[in-house]
Design a protein around this ligand. Structure first.
Ligand SMILES: C[S@@+](CC[C@H](N)C(=O)[O-])C[C@H]1O[C@@H](n2cnc3c(N)ncnc32)[C@H](O)[C@@H]1O
Length: 419
């Protein structure tokens, strides 16, 4: 039997202390082994967790009861997963999660927060991007940071730029506990606190939406919105320059917006695609050169309670400028010429959708996507909506046909797993 003991700074429970003193092998981070040292039997083997797999093997191979020390709740982004994966029989003595403690210190409820882990395997850049995308698409987020490449400094600039009130909760439950509020977008505040004590949790809150108006029954992101492919009337738009709901529905299906993804809406017009992507939990970025349309996109985003980052200016330059911060997982090209579509392709979104009214552009853009290595598909969308006739019967009112081309990267990055 392996007893998995969570530590949160509170004294060990009797059950945890008894299991620890009976253990012939105890694994845990060095700080946890030190914190519990007085309870560990003199002859017990101590296995510092550096490589989780090796430590897990050591406790599994122990000839007698063993124990694993973990931070907070071991069942929440913790060691319990890898033990159970390997078939271990466990008893769990949980403690309070660092996320719960961080929100308690700030005095905010967290049943409406998204909790994201930046502990990506291998590609830490992707782990950071994904965590940031999810955190910024939601009014309240906690980020389980990973020291080194995915520490608070990787998140603060973007969170502050978006006007978030940020708290860095460090070494919770220890004598060095410190919860620092960083609400100032100025570089000074960040620079002054450049070295953050680990471990830490970053909490980011939109000050205007710190308390959800109603209590949700489902924590965090609420899943797919209750309705989508919304009617044109739900958006401000200029002279019907808006992707129609029938077309938008298929585009959304191909873009697959969801928490942790960045979606570009290029030549955004009303921003209806960007807004709908944001409603699915994606971090949405709209590129639009017409300043009045940009204002409309912002208004549409606000009206739908979403956040859309608007990059105003000609797409050619704006895409490159945005790419470093906002590399796309998916992109919708609803405006712009073939050169704009080529520029979007160059940023290698895993999924790309192009809407075309002109037949002449289908072949070149099909070839562009194919030669960029995408698996390409397409469909002409020709919708006729039901409408009333004066005599009370129904007619079909034809909308202009639009061709959607889409490309999917046949080798998308595999989903990462938590270590
Ligand atoms: C693998 S996760 C474990 C989470 C843990 N099971 C829990 O419930 O808190 C590790 C991350 O939890 C956070 N963390 C764990 N202990 C912490 C502490 N004492 N103070 C602040 N953050 C902590 C940090 O973000 C750290 O990178």
């Amino acid at each position: 039997m392996i007893t998995v003991i969570g530590l949160d700074g509170a004294p060990l429970t009797d059950r945890a202390a008894a299991a620890l003193s009976a253990a012939v092998c105890v694994a845990g981070a060095r700080r946890h082994l030190d914190a519990a040292a007085e309870h560990i039997a003199a002859g017990a083997e101590r296995v510092p967790i550096g490589d989780l797999a090796a430590a897990t093997e050591a406790v599994l191979a122990a000839r007698g009861p063993s124990a694993v020390l973990a931070s907070g709740d071991p069942g929440f982004f913790g060691v319990l997963r890898s033990l159970r994966e390997r078939g271990a029989e466990v008893e769990v003595v949980p403690a309070v999660s660092s996320v719960a403690t961080a929100f308690a210190r700030i005095g905010l409820p967290w049943d409406d927060a998204v909790v994201v882990s930046a502990h990506g395997r291998g590609d830490s850049g992707r782990g950071v991007r994904r965590a940031l995308a999810a955190a910024l698409a939601h009014p309240k987020a906690a980020i389980l940071t990973a020291p080194g490449t995915a520490g608070p400094e990787a998140f603060l600039p973007e969170l502050l730029r978006a006007g978030r009130e940020v708290h860095v909760a460090q070494r919770l439950g220890s004598a060095e506990e410190r919860v620092t509020r960083v609400a100032d977008a100025g570089a000074g505040a960040v620079a002054a606190e450049r070295s953050w004590a680990a471990p830490n949790v970053v909490v980011a809150v939109d000050p205007a939406r710190a308390i959800a108006p109603t209590m949700a029954w489902l924590p965090g992101h609420q899943g797919a919105p209750s309705n989508w492919a919304l009617a044109e009337e739900r958006f401000e738009h200029r002279a019907s320059l808006i992707t129609k709901p029938e077309v938008r529905a298929l585009a959304l299906a191909r873009l697959a917006p969801r928490p942790g993804t960045v979606v570009w809406d290029v030549g955004a017009g009303s921003g209806s695609v960007a807004v709908e992507c944001a409603r699915f939990g994606a971090r949405a970025v709209a590129f639009e050169r017409n300043p009045e349309d940009c204002a409309r996109i912002r208004a549409n985003a606000r009206a739908h309670g979403t956040e859309v980052e608007v990059c105003e200016g000609d797409a050619a330059g704006a895409l490159d400028a945005a790419a470093a911060r906002l590399a796309p997982d998916a992109a919708f090209v609803g405006g712009g010429d073939d050169a704009v579509a080529a520029a979007v392709c160059a940023h290698r979104p895993e999924r790309i959708v192009v809407a075309l009214a002109s037949l002449d552009r289908i072949r070149p853009l099909h070839d562009l996507l194919t030669s960029a290595g995408y698996t390409v598909g397409g469909s002409q969308m020709q919708a006729s909506r039901l409408a009333d006739l004066p005599n009370g019967s129904l007619r079909l009112a034809a909308a202009n046909p639009v061709t959607l081309l889409w490309g999917a990267d046949p080798t998308p990055s595999r989903p990462e797993r938590h270590r």
